[in-house]
Design a binder for this molecule. Sequence first.
Ligand code: UDP
Length: 350
Amino acid sequence: MDRGSKPAVLVTGGAGYIGAHTAKALHEQGYFPVVYDSLSSGFREAVGWGAFVHGDIRDAGALAEAIDAHGVKAVIHFAGLIEVGRSVVKPDLFWEHNVAGTTTLLSTMRERGVNRLVFSSSAAVYGQGGRGPLESIPEDAPKAPASPYGDTKLACEWMIEAQCRAYGLTAVALRYFNAAGADPSGLIGEAHEPETHLIPLAIAAALGDGKPLTVFGDDFDTPDGTCLRDYIHVCDLATAHVAALRADLPAGAFEAVNVGTGQGASVFEVVEAVGRAAGRPVPHSIGARRAGDPPSLVADPARARALLNWTPVCSSLEQIVVDALRWERNPAYGAGVRGRRAVEIENTTV
Ligand code: UDP
């Protein structure tokens, strides 16, 4: 695809779940996404917009080449490891990919004169400490990550903030709550190996493609006893990145912003919603609590509205589940071919 006069944005990790949806949103809003991905967990088939560069986030030379070749003006940085459980047993790997990888990216950006960054952070930077079980979380809530994964996200935020002050980089860290759903086209969606997330597992159980769902605990201090989470549609998350890129911020500014709806949904509510959308109930049983699961994680989304002029438009639980279901039912979905149809439209519409 020809870049023309469109501003080029490097999207590290752009073949992953949120990255691919963000590349599509960038394309739709007049940018030229340059997806930079090692394909260690992302899918080439999910890259349907702009250009693709196969590279590792720790490779300064390849990053510099991609920036120069496409005249990159800004970076949205998703690349990194995300599995919380794995981070507990392999913390060194997470520090190497997430923190050292971000260090390499930041110095390469500085060297090439790219001074605008949106960073993929996480609600995992917050701990439960001092918060009531149903209280929403503002950005200045205490930071106490419960896993090495959360530690690396917080460490990156600190490093980015310091470099904003020192070198005039302008950056927004978006702290995601529970990303869910899929693009309504059915072309791209969630595809983790192995899948551990509630909504895809509940859908697989309802469709008979997976095991019955185990609800991890029904004795929490919440209205129905199951955990509350703030599910945000991945398309709303994607537009939050474009809004963060566009936010009118002075040189040297660093902002951390929650991306959530402000509404919590319980595990039972999700199970009900999936059952309604699928037209058959989700077979499930109640199991033990999962280690490290806080009873409630719900964003205070006020800052996103004020600073980014962003509000979610498609994050009702019903919409999330209907879109996720459409993706899971996509005939192209399955081992190694998830998102295959994105390639077909790459050849015709970009
Ligand atoms: N959950 C569950 N059964 C599963 C997977 C998840 O009951 O098989 C619950 C989990 O305990 C949490 C919620 O669903 O309360 C969302 O979990 P998920 O792994 O999707 O996201 P997380 O909140 O851990 O980032």
